[in-house]
Design a protein around this ligand. Sequence first.
Ligand SMILES: Nc1nc2c(ncn2[C@@H]2O[C@H](COP(=O)(O)OP(=O)(O)O)[C@@H](O)[C@H]2O)c(=O)[nH]1
Ligand SMILES: [Mg+2]
Length: 161
Amino acid sequence: MPVNQQKSYTLKLVLLGDSSVGKSSLVLRYVKDQFDEYRESTIGAAFLSKTIKYDENTTIKFDIWDTAGQERYKSLTPIYYRNANCAVIVYDVTQLSSLERAKSWIDELQRQGESNTVIALVGNKCDLDSSPVIDSNPNVSHSINWIIVTVKEIWITKMLT
Ligand SMILES: Nc1nc2c(ncn2[C@@H]2O[C@H](COP(=O)(O)OP(=O)(O)O)[C@@H](O)[C@H]2O)c(=O)[nH]1
Ligand SMILES: [Mg+2]
């Protein structure tokens, strides 16, 4: 009997979305399980990685590119999403415009032929109850996983599994 073969995979994950929707906060929560109210906004893009044990024999390393949402960095963004295995597109549930922006990222990924990229759409800041709160399904393709979270209070790891 062969000894259990250990397998390890590296996946490229990119965070996209308007500025201030909570992309960097989400990464910080995922990688270090921390939340920092007073983080400085991201310049260009930040790189972090996290390795998880998927099952007994498999580890997955996520190489995470946390992009800046500002318009002036937009031309650089394709560098980060190109060949990404997963794209996590974040919007703020209290900002309708950020959902529109998230949808335009989905269109851009699909237009650029990044068809192998698994897309997750994340509505963040559901702890806030200022209106308008977007709690309805944003009507995107069924192939896109959609969840509502608050990075501030409870973190749901389900989105990456
Ligand atoms: N209330 C609340 N604030 C959040 C949440 N996530 C992030 N923030 C705050 O939103 C602001 C922008 O977050 P940041 O992660 O820098 O956004 P980014 O520009 O998309 O990377 C910061 O002040 C965060 O503390 C959340 O779930 N709830
Ligand atoms: Mg940021």
